[in-house]
Design a binder for this molecule. Structure first.
Ligand SMILES: [Ca+2]
Length: 345
């Protein structure tokens, strides 16, 4: 059986084996040979084991190195990942910082805007207050104006009523005065006419006493008062009648009073006759300028009526009279006979 003792190193073996061989002697020569074989075997085993251990150590070293390399690579990868992550984080942080700055600026602008809005609201509130006060003033002014307008309107109505009363009063007084004047004037004209009639009769008497004296009126003319009268035989428009009278140094008859009117009614028959009264600018006028207002009127019923006639367009601006109907305004173009008057003196 191989010795299970401790293997001897070859160098140490050489010294130890030499000592041992000397100690053991010849008797142990066979056993020594067996032990040397075992020793060689042990040496071989030890060498193998050493070699195996060395290989194992190398493998372990390799494994360790591989592991270390792996760890290194893992660390590199991890560091790379960490670096990338850190870089991204830094970029993100920078971006966030930029966003933060922008947000800060935006916040500052918003704060400024809010401040402006607040100031604007304040101004608007002030303006609104002013507008409200202005509206109040305007409303008050409007109410005062309305009251003033109402008072003015009331005053105006009072003035108009007063004017109307004054106008009526003045018109009434004027009418009374005019009527009185006309009455006095008419009475005076009648008296004068009567006196003219008396004077005319006296003149006629004197002429009769003096047979050689000329007649007071021409042939075909009729004496009354201080005038001679002529009645036409032909019918003509008013303007032609006026011209015919003027050719005889006379004029269309002017009726100054009731006596003269009575004379004329006896002088003519029941036909229609132009007289010297006409419308000028909307007012009646005698043709010789005698005042229409101062002489008596002898209009027929519902005259003057300025009625329209189919055959004669225009208004009725000339006057004829008849014994039956009195004075009547007619269209001047109508043909009537006429009466001329010529003063003796
Ligand atoms: Ca008429």
């Amino acid at each position: 059986m191989p010795c299970k003792g401790k293997p001897v190193h070859p160098q140490r073996k050489t010294k130890k084996s030499e000592g041992l061989e000397m100690a053991l002697g010849e008797e142990d020569e066979q056993d020594t040979y067996v032990n040397l074989s075992d020793l060689n075997l042990q040496r071989q085993e030890k060498g193998a084991k050493s070699k195996a251990a060395k290989n194992t150590k190398i493998r372990l070293m390799l494994i360790l190195m591989a592991f270390l390399i792996f760890l290194f690579l893992v660390q590199v990868v991890f560091i790379s990942i960490l670096f990338t992550f850190y870089k991204n984080m830094a970029e993100e942080q920078s971006h966030l910082k930029e966003i933060g700055e922008n947000m800060a600026k935006e916040q500052s602008r918003l704060r400024e805007t809010k401040k402006n809005i607040t100031e604007g609201q304040s101004r608007l509130k002030e303006t609104d207050k002013n507008i409200t006060e202005g509206q109040s003033c305007l409303k008050e002014t409007g109410e005062n104006m309305a009251k003033g307008h109402s008072r003015l309107r009331e005053t105006d109505e009072n003035i108009i009523q007063e004017q109307s009363r004054l106008k009526e009063s003045v018109t009434s007084e004027l009418k009374k005065s005019r009527d009185l004047n006309n009455e006095v004037a008419g009475s005076l004209f009648n008296k004068i006419q009567r006196n003219f009639g008396v004077v005319g009769k006296l003149l006629e008497e004197v002429r009769k006493m003096n047979s050689s004296a000329q007649p007071l009126c021409d042939k075909s003319w009729k004496h009354y008062g201080l005038s001679c009268y002529y009645k036409s035989t032909k019918e003509v428009p008013m303007n032609s009648a006026k011209e015919d009278c003027e050719k005889n140094k006379a004029h269309l008859v002017i009726i100054n009073g009731e006596d003269e009117m009575n004379f004329l009614q006896g002088f003519v028959d029941n036909q229609y006759w132009w007289i010297g009264l006409r419308m000028v600018n909307g007012a009646w006028e005698w043709i010789d300028g005698t005042s229409y207002e101062m002489t008596p009127k002898f209009w027929g019923k519902r005259q003057p009526n300025n009625s329209s006639i189919v055959d004669f367009p225009g208004g009725q601006e000339c006057v004829q009279f008849s014994n039956k109907y009195g004075w009547d305004d007619r269209q001047c173009a109508i043909k009537y006979k006429y009466i001329c008057e010529k003063e003796i003196l």
